[in-house]
Every structure is written in C-alpha cells, then in structure tokens.
Design a protein around this ligand. Sequence first.
Ligand code: C5P
Ligand code: MG
Length: 291
Amino acid sequence: MRPLKMIAEMSKATVHMKDPEHLEQILESIKDSGPNTLQVISDFDMTLTRFAYNGKRCPTSHNVLDNSKLISKTCQAEMKNLLNTYYPIEIDSTRSIEEKLPLMVEWWTKVHNLLIEQKIRKDQLTAVVKESNVILREGYQLFFHHLHELDIPLLIFSAGVGDVLEEVIRQAGVLHPNVKVFSNYMDFDESGVLQDFKGELIHVYNKREGALLNTQHFQEIQSRHNVMLLGDSLGDLTMADGVQDLQNILKIGYLNDKVEERKQSYLDSYDIVLERDESMDVPNAILQYIT
Ligand code: C5P
Ligand code: MG
C-alpha cells in the first residue's frame, strides 16, 4: 500500500500537501535507510508548544518572562508594545525576509536589553515556568519518548530563550540525553543575576547562520543524512543547513496564524503543512512509519 494511505493521520482535515508523490518518495527513502540515519531538527515556540488553548494564545519562551512577576509593570508594557509592533512584521507575507532581517534584530536586541535591566535571577526561572501557561503540543510525550528509545538525536533550534525552554522540557519530564538545544542562553553573573545573553543572537530569520556556526554538533552525528524538520516559521526552513551530505529532508510546518495569507508560501516550502493543528499526531504517525 502507498505510504500516505498507511498513515491514517495524513487524512486529517488539517493536513495539506502540495506534492504527495514527492513526499511519498521521501518517506520511503528515509524508511529504507533506517532509524540510525535519521535526526530530527525542531523549532520550539509554536512548533513543540501550542499556539492556542481554549481560544487563547499560549506564551512563547520570551512571553513566559514578559508575563511574569520578574518584570516590572512598565517593562511589561514596553515589551507588549514591541510585540505589537514587530510580531505583525515577522509574519507579514508581503515583506521579504531581507526586509524583515534588521527589524527582527532590532526587536530581539531591545527585548534582551529590557530583560537585562530587570535583574532576573537564575533561581527564579523554575517557578516562573511552573506558573506560566506554556503548553507542549498534545502527543509530545510520545514524540520525545519515541526518539529517545530509538536513540535518534533531537536538535531543538530556537530563537527563544534557551534557559526557559529547557526548563519547560525538564518540567515535562522529557529532557532526555538525546536532546540538544541551540538557542539564546542567558549569561548570569557570579551572584546569579542576568547580565547578558551568550554568543551570537538567534532570531527567527538567521537560523542558517546558527546552524553553520555549530558545525561541531553536526559533525558528531555525521552519519545521520536524513532529517525530519519541524517548524512554524519560514525562517525555520534553514535549520538543517549545517547538516553535511544531506540525503533526504522531510519538512513539516505548523501554520498557526494568518492562515489564508500564508498558506501558499507554506505549501511551496514545507512538504506537509498542518493548519491550526495543536497536536503532534502527524509527526508522531510519520515517525512510527519511517522508524
Ligand atoms: O522557538 P522559536 O524560534 O519559534 O522562537 C521565536 C519566536 O518567539 C518567534 O516566532 C517570535 O514571535 C517569538 N518572540 C516573542 N517575543 C520576543 C521575541 C520573539 O514572543 N521578544
Ligand atoms: Mg517558532
């Protein structure tokens, strides 16, 4: 039977594909190569976490801090203003990535500087994550456990805040040894107060640079020529650019917001587009099939 017929979840109403035949070839090719040749590269915010729950938006890893008691009311208001200014630009399908790039750097830089001013303490992060409304997508346990069981490396590549997202995964009990994170990590001084962010800034549209800077990671898993990539932004498509001798890449994109305006561009770039789908059902079913 044809692969797409064998994966029941692929007939969900939320699933869209531009080229099912090409997708079937990728699925077969990855399946034939076996789990030892596979790695998974996933975005975090709004890909592994839910976009909405009961009609309300869920927080990103940045929002976990923005909305918390660690941030003064004036600073919260400033961050909200920045979000209202720059998020519409991030998802604007009428502007090019080149046009958005400097604006994204501006947004992230302003927010990180505001966060630094707030003198956030490392030991407060556990409580702040616990009190937040961040929710991993339905079926996340199966996703993380399956990859762990088969020893398939999972790289979480996020323009969010590494310390926060790691804590989210830790509290959910799925920070297994096969998980590696590239993200913006906080730099604390010797008394545990935030003083800066480490390394090069990662924002939504420079993940390619991040991938090329971290070649060491990809060298360690260089026998894994097949990639399953999960994202929710067109900026996530370059997350696998550090993989050498890439054989097959299967790209799954969550289309959460501005669905009608962005659907065609998502269909043109992702092999599978999941429209307003808050679950991991499709990635899980595909993993079951190919491994
Ligand atoms: O994990 P991921 O790479 O998706 O994280 C980036 C997301 O965080 C972006 O989609 C952006 O909308 C969001 N963001 C935010 N607040 C900021 C900066 C980015 O919610 N200050
Ligand atoms: Mg995202």
